[in-house]
Design a protein around this ligand. Structure first.
Ligand SMILES: *[C@@H]1O[C@H](CO)[C@@H](O)[C@H](O)[C@H]1NC(C)=O
Length: 206
């Protein structure tokens, strides 16, 4: 009897572990939507509307690479919905520096211009593509990737969808050379000298 109970517990634990590993989005919520505690009641359609993108429709094109996010932080109604957006604007010759999103894949739709994109998988294989206006590209979850507008004259605009309300961004230049990781640790990690590390750090200082 005791042995049977143990088996049932073990089977349940395994099933739970499998469910955890196969879940693709954010954890499920037990309500239709999540209203933050400080929201004045009652909520209406306005709570489910994000107007933060209006600014980019009416403003002139930015002079540096810019990301406009509609994630959980900017748009609280996304909490628990496993979706978010970003609009990316690339003046000619600009890059979205190498980075990863720890909690989601990224589905990029090129609205305007051309874009050089790429990601590196966990076997260190690089995949690149020259995107034309109208193309859609997927950056798999968690992998290091970038976008570069190589066009000397024309800007590019892309929209990215994420399967998380808070996909997170780990920018490699910033994380490695603009945090407070010890110079010696970085020099040893990159098989170089402390002077080279300090030079890299100097370029990223605010
Ligand atoms: C480096 O860090 C500083 C301080 O957090 C910040 O102001 C600056 O924007 C960062 N540089 C880059 C390139 O992100």
């Amino acid at each position: 009897m005791k042995k049977q109970l143990l088996l049932v517990v073990a089977a349940l634990a395994l099933a739970l572990a499998l469910i955890q590993t196969t879940r693709a989005g954010d954890p499920d919520i037990l309500t239709d939507y999540v209203i933050p505690a400080n929201t004045p009641a009652p909520v209406d359609g306005g709570f489910f509307t994000f107007t933060g993108m209006r600014a980019l429709v009416s403003s002139p094109f930015p002079s540096t690479f810019k990301v406009f996010k509609a994630g959980m932080e900017q748009f609280p109604a996304l909490n628990g919905q496993s979706v978010s957006y970003a609009v990316l604007m690339y003046p000619s010759g600009t890059v979205n520096p190498v980075h990863t999103h720890p909690r989601s894949a990224e589905l990029l739709f090129l609205v305007q211009g051309t874009l050089e994109v790429g990601f590196v998988d966990t076997t260190n294989k690089l995949f690149t593509q020259s995107l034309q206006q109208g193309d859609v590209f997927v950056f798999p979850k968690g992998l290091v990737h970038f976008q570069y507008n190589a066009d000397a004259k024309n800007p590019a605009v892309a929209m990215s969808a994420f399967g998380s309300a808070n996909a997170g961004t780990v920018s490699l230049p910033n994380t490695l050379f603009n945090s407070t990781i010890d110079d010696t640790v970085l020099a040893l990690s990159f098989k170089t000298d402390v002077g080279t590390i300090q030079k890299l750090k100097a370029g990223l200082k605010g």
